[in-house]
Design a protein around this ligand. Structure first.
Ligand SMILES: Cc1cc2nc3c(=O)[nH]c(=O)nc-3n(C[C@H](O)[C@H](O)[C@H](O)COP(=O)(O)OP(=O)(O)OC[C@H]3O[C@@H](n4cnc5c(N)ncnc54)[C@H](O)[C@@H]3O)c2cc1C
Length: 293
């Protein structure tokens, strides 16, 4: 997780949930398995598995009196006063596939490794258990294999066979493989009389490592408006309108920058440009980080 400020952590009471998150600073960038540059993040990125984070959020929610219905899907997501949607990405068609695996006994060059392959990028970083989270975005190909073998097949297909071999020599964490599709990075138009938070309000490309921070920050942004509504001080329509405006102010620019930069990490000709600039120490990494957080 990048870009989660102390203010947001404080206002949402997240501190105990993040206490054992690893703090990562150093990033190594690779283009087709060659190290092209090293970056020091202006603020640490947090290394925490979603298993731990989700379980802790669920526990905190129920401890605060929330009623959590597990293993059940809400069918109706239409507007309803007081209903807030946080259902993650919308199920629209897209050419992108996300693959993830946790492995042990894998040495990293830096806290974070970011690898550019042919129409793909892959990040590797440690989480609180000591496992390395391997997570990549790939243009979908006609490849089929069970579980982690699919990740290996994709890594080889995008020109990263050495990375595939490194991962193959590590120890896979059972049950940690997952694949997600329907990853559309198109802007989402807000639905009237509905508040959508996190990915439900629009996806930020994953190279930013900022999706979870946005999920939290969007909740933080909505909070004062929703509290006013719950106290009878505002109508639901006004609450939605104020929240939409505040979310737009906070995220519109960031999402636009990220969407425009993503092709530079995926399209082969633009990747070559990024690689050349990085080798010449001409990539304005600090400026880009500031624009993306
Ligand atoms: C390849 C890849 C790598 C990424 N890497 C990072 C990273 O390094 N750092 C980072 O911060 N972010 C990363 N992200 C983005 C991050 O995963 C998301 O931004 C984040 O999960 C958004 O949180 P959310 O709560 O909005 O949605 P989700 O985490 O998707 O949670 C939504 C939940 O709602 C549930 N749900 C959906 N529909 C219903 C329904 N009808 N009824 C009941 N429940 C429902 C879902 O099952 C899910 O549990 C990555 C994403 C991808 C694809």
């Amino acid at each position: 997780m990048t870009g989660l400020s102390a203010v947001t952590v404080q206002s949402l009471g997240l501190k105990p949930l993040l206490a054992d998150a690893l703090q990562h600073r150093q990033v190594a960038w690779f283009y087709r398995e060659q190290l092209i540059c090293a970056q020091r993040l202006p603020a640490p990125a947090l290394g925490l598995s979603r298993y731990a984070l989700d379980a802790r959020l669920a526990q905190a929610f129920t401890a605060a009196g929330g009623e959590l219905n597990r293993a059940t899907r809400a069918k109706d997501s239409g507007p309803l006063p007081g209903r807030i949607l946080a259902h993650g990405r919308s199920r629209s068609e897209s050419p992108w596939l996300g693959l993830k695996l946790h492995v042990h006994d894998l040495r990293l060059a830096q806290d974070l490794e970011l690898h550019l392959g042919h129409e793909a990028y892959i990040g590797l970083t440690k989480v609180e258990t000591g496992a390395v989270n391997v997570c990549g975005l790939f243009r979908r190909r006609n490849l089929a294999a069970p579980g982690p073998a699919l990740l290996a097949a994709y890594l080889k297909a995008v020109g990263l066979p050495l990375l595939a071999d490194r991962i193959a020599r590590a120890t896979f964490e059972t049950g940690s493989f997952s694949a997600v599709s329907a990853l559309s990075y198109e802007p989402v138009i807000p639905t009237p009389d509905t508040i959508s938070l996190g990915d439900a309000g629009g996806l930020i490309p994953p190279f930013t490592g900022n999706g979870m921070a946005i999920a939290f920050q969007s909740a933080e942004t909505a909070l004062p408006h929703v509290v006013a509504y719950s106290r009878g001080k505002a109508s639901w329509t006004a609450t939605c309108n104020h929240t939409h405006a505040a979310l737009r102010r906070r995220f519109h620019h960031r999402l636009a920058v990220a969407r425009n930069l993503q092709p530079f990490l995926l399209a082969p000709n633009r990747q070559r440009l990024v690689s050349a600039l990085a080798r010449a120490h001409l990539l304005p990494l600090r400026l880009l980080y500031t624009l993306l957080h």
